[in-house]
Design a protein around this ligand. Structure first.
Ligand SMILES: Nc1ncnc2c1ncn2[C@@H]1O[C@H](COP(=O)(O)OP(=O)(O)OP(=O)(O)O)[C@@H](O)[C@H]1O
Ligand SMILES: [Mg+2]
Length: 272
């Protein structure tokens, strides 16, 4: 990686109350214009790790350890240039799409922004996700894919240098999902964002990821990053089916050694 990492975490760990550590010794970094995908069984702590990285509250009994550097400085609280996207779009139903995208941008905790600049940001973000001119629609008038685009636009309007995305496309149909994956790669390349994307879908990780991390745990042990792949398949990736298949098989084999259940196509479903 030629540039300094946007986010660099070392020795991250988390424990709920007096339970065994959920994960420990997690170190990772994501660079500008890089998409790192995080795969791992259900319950191994991926969403919690994302919250710890973004310095969001992980629950009253959570005790987090380790250091997060954001653009070289220690991060102790959520940063306005680090945005999150979740599986559910979580739009406010009483605000139209444009107001949802702009919501919170003028809060006191955010960098000051003039009204016209805010309008422009919202416009640009909606345009980037293919919803130009549709900002007046309310959440109830949006399809699932459109709502997820609005959620992505809401993150982009923060002009994030880091995007933490937790299974953002998992509720979408296959076609919409492929469109959104393509859109994400295009936006990351255009806006130079660093992305950490949690997914259960190996094919999604191979389609969008520059690197893939596998999180897992041995029984009774805290989870950690157990494998890492550099994808290294030039885009468009679908032009390299043999390389995709080889990587896919390698990831599947590694998943056999991970304890928890992982969502795979039915023919390949693994159980703990
Ligand atoms: N506030 C909390 N208090 C106690 N335990 C919690 C809390 N939040 C999460 N957990 C536990 O931490 C574990 C990891 O949860 P997390 O949501 O991070 O997993 P995940 O890897 O994202 O799973 P999935 O793939 O199903 O989304 C789970 O066993 C969950 O019950
Ligand atoms: Mg999760």
């Amino acid at each position: 990686m030629s540039t300094a990492p946007v986010v660099q975490a070392s020795g991250l760990g988390l424990r709920y109350g007096t339970r065994t550590d959920l994960f420990a010794d997690v170190s990772l970094q994501v660079g500008q214009r890089e998409i790192v995908c995080l795969l791992g069984g259900s319950g191994c702590g991926k969403s919690t790790l994302l919250r710890v990285l973004g310095r969001l509250e992980a629950g009253a009994s959570a005790q987090a350890r380790g250091e997060v550097l954001f653009l070289g400085s220690p991060l102790h609280a959520p940063h306005p240039r680090a945005a999150l996207v979740f599986q559910q779009p979580s739009l406010l139903p009483w605000l139209d799409a444009a107001r949802n995208v702009g919501f919170g941008l003028d809060f006191a905790s955010q960098p000051p922004i003039a009204r016209a600049a805010l309008r422009q940001r919202v416009h640009d973000a909606l345009e980037a996700v293919g919803l130009a001119g549709q900002g007046g629609l309310y959440p109830a008038e949006l399809s699932g894919g459109m709502a997820q685009r609005v959620a992505l636009a809401r993150a982009l309007a923060r002009e994030p240098q880091l995007l933490l995305a937790d299974e953002p496309f998992s509720a979408l149909d296959a076609i919409t999902r492929a469109d959104m994956q393509e859109l994400l790669v295009e936006l990351v390349h255009r806006w130079q964002t660093a992305v950490l994307l949690v997914t259960h879908d190996i094919d999604e990780a191979i389609a969008v990821g520059d690197r893939i991390l596998l999180m897992g745990a041995q029984p009774g042990q805290p989870a950690g990053i157990v494998r890492e792949w550099n994808v290294g398949i030039t885009r468009p990736r679908e032009a390299h089916p043999a390389a995709i298949t080889a990587l896919r098989l390698d990831i599947l084999a590694a998943l056999q050694g991970v304890r928890h259940t992982v969502s795979l196509p039915n023919s390949e479903r693994l159980t703990a």
